[in-house]
Write a protein that binds this ligand. Structure first.
Ligand code: T5A
Length: 213
């Protein structure tokens, strides 16, 4: 077990729920509170993992589900070693846009429809290669179509965004299953409303969890 002193927070949710916007708001509040933090994301976050991200998101990439899963974990292992662990060890907070729950939701439920063999493969990769896990995960919950409408206002779709609505409905189900299974870690945040309202809910949750004044 690796010893760390910083706080590790991940943000999760289906496409376009407002993670990037919410993370921006949280980081501003952490800065105002004088808390040292590192903002990062998955897939990506380290130079090598960002190269894998480009491949994973490229619509021209033609790979099978196992290859996709292993690339995600290769990216995550590098990101953890190069960025997350050093930050936590020096006492900084790590704010990460997506982490292992995205793999369970997207690859385990979106791709594999909750197939127990695939979920077991993912659990085994987590157990072997990924430590620590986030202490707090903020799941931004919004109806799938509303998130897609928010995301759809931007540029052209990446390889995941090109999936059909049914895929994202399964992903959403995956996140709700995870929230039920890990109530001690995963907080559901209602992502309806303005970004100020959502940001306020997130800050309240973070303050309460980490006893911030
Ligand atoms: N993936 C990732 C896997 O399949 N497995 C894995 O293990 C991992 C780690 C990339 C893709 O990789 C997949 C999942 C993803 O498909 P990503 O870069 O996080 O992951 O991609 P997205 O989730 O698509 O991120 P987005 O940037 O699209 O969405 P966000 O960050 O949730 O939303 P955000 O903040 O950019 O907001 C979207 C739009 O809505 C507006 C914003 O201004 C923006 O225009 N908005 C709001 N509008 C109204 N009200 C609010 N409260 C709003 N908040 C934001």
């Amino acid at each position: 077990m690796t010893t760390t002193v910083g706080r590790f927070i991940s943000f999760e949710g289906t496409e376009g729920v407002g993670k990037t916007t919410a993370i921006e708001g949280l980081c501003q509040r952490l800065q105002a509170a004088g808390i040292d933090y590192v903002r990062t994301r998955e897939p990506g976050g380290s130079p090598f993992a960002e190269r894998l991200r480009a491949i994973l998101l490229d619509p021209a990439t033609d790979i099978n589900d196992d290859t996709e899963l292993l690339l995600l974990f290769a990216a995550r292992a590098d990101h953890l070693q190069q960025v997350i662990l050093p930050a936590l060890q020096r006492g900084a907070w790590v704010i990460c846009d997506r982490f292992t729950d995205s793999t369970i939701a997207y690859q385990g439920y979106g791709r594999a429809d909750g197939d127990q063999r695939v979920l077991a493969k993912i659990d085994s990769l987590i157990a072997q290669f990924i430590s620590p896990l986030p202490e707090l995960t903020l799941w931004l919950d919004l109806p799938v179509l509303e998130g897609m409408a928010r995301a759809g206002k931007r540029s052209k779709a990446d390889r995941f965004e090109q999936q059909a609505t049914a895929f994202f409905t399964r992903v959403h189900h995956g996140f709700s299953m995870l929230a039920m299974q890990h109530p001690e870690r995963i907080e559901r945040i209602d992502a309806n409303g303005s970004s100020d309202e959502v940001g306020g809910r997130i800050w309240q949750t973070v303050q309460a969890r980490f006893n911030l004044g």
